[in-house]
Design a protein around this ligand. Structure first.
Ligand code: 13P
Length: 290
């Protein structure tokens, strides 16, 4: 199957109370590992790359690899551009074959966020591409985007409704207390805020900062309306940690085809764990794309 837009996948997930895992990948092996995980779980999957990864690998290589994976896979796969502030890059990614994009204008005042999001939604809709936007401010570090803890800000439920209404954005990432990166203590998730936002807007909601959230809290977020969970740091740590260990165990082994094997396995295991937590095991065929 070709890459699909994430919109119908996420609508179905929100309607039926499960979440789709969006995995940030940086290498071909990471991409293959999370696709294998989704296949094994018979779960829909969102592959995503940050702007930094687009600049590192090149969008054409990423699209080609994701398209190949999607064509070979028996589960629906979308390709998403994570946290992008640059309009030109968003359009280039859509043209190159990304089936979902995030316009992150959350650092701007509400009206400016509306204006920028609306502009992207208009183009994306014409191309059948999903759009995600952020309201409030998710704390932590994601690529070059650094939001200090004291500047993180929860999304306002009334503003969420107004934002969706004004922009027509098909998926919304409201800041609800999670942060990018690994938490120092337990995350301080505002579950009541999620419920209130979910009552106000019917579009699928996106949970950022998926790494390190305790299992029960992930399940609770999903049950309240979070239809997509982003996971980056934990996957990257699993991959790099395994390679680091391989070099400690066997410093003379210089063949990537050897040390990448356990690294891929580590990423795959973690992705399976997250997919199971979000409840999307067996949901690959919830929608027919024929
Ligand atoms: P983590 O790095 O905390 O998993 O966050 C990922 C994310 O939200 C990407 O947008």
């Amino acid at each position: 199957m070709a890459l699909v837009s994430s919109t119908p996948l996420l609508i179905e997930a929100r309607k039926n109370g499960y979440g789709i895992v969006a995995c940030n990948v940086h290498t071909l092996e990471m991409l293959q590992a999370v696709v294998e995980a989704a296949e094994e779980c018979s779960a829909p999957l969102i592959l995503q790359t940050t702007v930094g990864t687009v600049k590192h690998l090149g969008m054409d290589y990423i699209v080609a690899a994701a398209q190949t994976a999607a064509q070979k896979a028996s589960v629906p796969i979308a390709l998403h551009l994570d946290h992008c502030q640059e309009f030109e890059l968003i359009v280039q990614c859509m043209r190159a074959g990304y089936t979902s994009v995030m316009i992150d204008a959350s650092m701007h005042p509400f009206e400016e966020n509306v204006k920028r999001t609306k502009h992207v939604v208009k183009i994306a809709k014409a191309l059948g591409v999903n759009v995600e936007a952020e309201l409030g401010k998710v704390g932590g570090v994601e690529d070059d985007i650094v939001v200090d803890e004291k500047d993180a800000m929860l999304a306002d439920p009334a503003e969420c409704a107004e934002f969706v209404e004004l922009t027509g954005v098909p998926t919304l990432a409201p800041a609800i207390g999670t942060a990018h990166g690994i938490y120092k203590g337990e995350p301080n998730i505002a579950f009541d805020r999620i419920s209130e936002i979910a009552r106000n807007v019917s579009v699928p909601l996106v949970l950022h900062g998926g790494s390190g959230i305790p299992a029960e809290q992930v399940k609770r977020c999903v049950s309240l309306g979070m239809a997509k969970m982003n996971v980056a740091t934990e996957l990257r740590n699993a991959f790099s940690g395994s390679i680091k260990q391989s070099f400690i165990d066997n410093p003379t082994e210089l063949d990537p085809r050897k040390y990448m094997v356990p690294a891929k396995e580590a990423v795959k295991r973690l992705a399976i764990e997250k997919i199971s937590l979000c409840g999307s095991v067996g949901k690959a065929h919830a929608i027919s794309f024929k």
